[in-house]
Design a protein around this ligand. Sequence first.
Ligand code: IMP
Length: 198
Amino acid sequence: MRNIVLATNNSHKLREVREILEPLGITVLSQQEAGVQVEPEENGSTFAENAEIKARAVYAETGLPVLADDSGLCVDALDGAPGVYSARFAPAGELCSKLLSMMQDVPAAQRTAKFVTDIAFIDENGQLLICEGECCGTIGYEERGTNGFGYDPVFFYGDRSFAELSAQEKNQVSHRANALKKLYDVLKERYGESHADK
Ligand code: IMP
C-alpha cells in the first residue's frame, strides 16, 4: 500500500480522489492526516504553476509523494478571465452575478468557456508530473440550479448548467474528473495494474 498526500483539506476533493486511486492500492492522505499545515501563496501565472507551488510545499514538509490541484474558469469573450483568479474574482456569493454582468452584451455564439484543472504529482524522488483536464461549455444568461459551487449555476454543459447536474453526472465530465483520469492512467502504469480493475 502506497501513501500519497493530497495537498488539501477539502473533504469533497479528498473523497473524489480516494474513490479513483484506492483501486490502485494507493492510500490518499489529507494534509491534516499527513501532519502538515502549509498555505503557500498561489502566485503562479498558470494553473500548472499554482498546482506545483502547492505540491512542492507539502513535499518539502513530508518527503511523501504529493498531489495538488488548481482549477478555474476561462471565458473566451474575456480573454480567458477569470482564469487563475477564479476564486478571487469577486466576493463569495457574487462570482456568478459579476460574471453575468460582464457578459451581458456578449452574443450567444461568443459565450464559450471552459473549466480547467491542472494536477501536479510529485513522486517519491521529487519528480514532477502535470496532468491537465478541461470541460468545455458556455456561459448562460442567468443562474440556474442549486447543486455544486462556484460558477456552476452559470456554466452550461449542453442545455443544463453544472448546478442542474447531479454530483454523479458532473463527475463523469468535469475538468477535475478528466485530469484525474489522466493521472489514474499514469499511476496505473507506474504502480501496476494488479489492483486497478475492481
Ligand atoms: P480550486 O483551485 O479547485 O480551489 O478552484 C478555484 C476556483 O475556481 C474556485 O473557488 C471556484 O470559484 C472555481 N471552480 C473550480 N472548479 C469549479 C467547479 O467545478 N465548479 C464551479 N467553480 C469551480
